[in-house]
Design a protein around this ligand. Structure first.
Ligand code: ZN
Length: 198
């Protein structure tokens, strides 16, 4: 089922190239695709451990940098797109602190997606070898492994900037593709602290 995405979320989704503001992982939305399509695109295979959970965590959500419970507004300047996993996982942390934590986990290989991917890979390799009975056939498992979506080391350290998080009413995603390999400092600070482009 394909649903509509809220306007602000849609805008951030496109500005960020569909990638989470914290972890940089591609996300998905029911507006753009079905669960099945999203699973295939993201490398989440039916029957792998925690596949449904992984898919839920990769869902695109509206993230209020200044939390609503702390008085944060609903304006675009306060909103970025984050995956559900990062959104929920943040808790009451400051966004830049959480960003640093997520990036550190990815660099250390301890991020939840890396754990999922490793377990999924092992499961699929077992299906291919015939030692594990999976929901998919050996051929399908081999094909899923061949996509490389579950391979380490993933190139995650390139989250797109929030676009123009501090500027309402302007376009400006030209920086979106320029942060390959960049770390947190490549990302404009959230909210009004973002410098204004000429
Ligand atoms: Zn994320």
């Amino acid at each position: 089922m394909v649903k509509r995405m809220p306007k602000k979320l849609k805008r951030r989704y496109h500005e960020q190239g569909g990638r989470c503001w914290y972890c940089g992982l591609p996300t998905w939305s029911r507006r753009n695709e079905t669960r099945l399509q999203a699973r295939d695109r993201l490398g989440i295979v039916a029957g792998t451990p925690d596949a449904s959970k992984a898919l839920r965590k990769r869902l695109a959500t509206c993230e209020h940098l200044h939390r609503v419970v702390d008085g944060g507004g609903n304006g675009l300047r306060n909103i970025v797109m984050a995956c559900a996993g990062c959104n929920v996982g943040r808790g009451d942390r400051d966004p830049m602190t959480w960003l640093a934590e997520v990036q550190a986990a990815l660099a250390a290989g301890t991020h939840w997606w890396q754990a999922y991917a490793a377990a999924a890979r092992a499961h699929l390799e077992g299906v291919v070898a015939g030692t594990v009975k999976g929901q998919v056939s050996a051929a399908q498992a081999a094909a899923a492994l061949a996509t490389g979506l579950l391979d380490p080391p993933p190139r995650f350290a390139a989250p797109c900037p929030p676009g123009e998080a501090g500027k309402d009413g302007e376009h400006g995603s030209e920086a979106g593709e320029q942060t390959q390999g960049g770390a947190a400092q490549a990302r404009p600070a959230p909210s009004a602290a973002a410098p204004r482009a000429p």
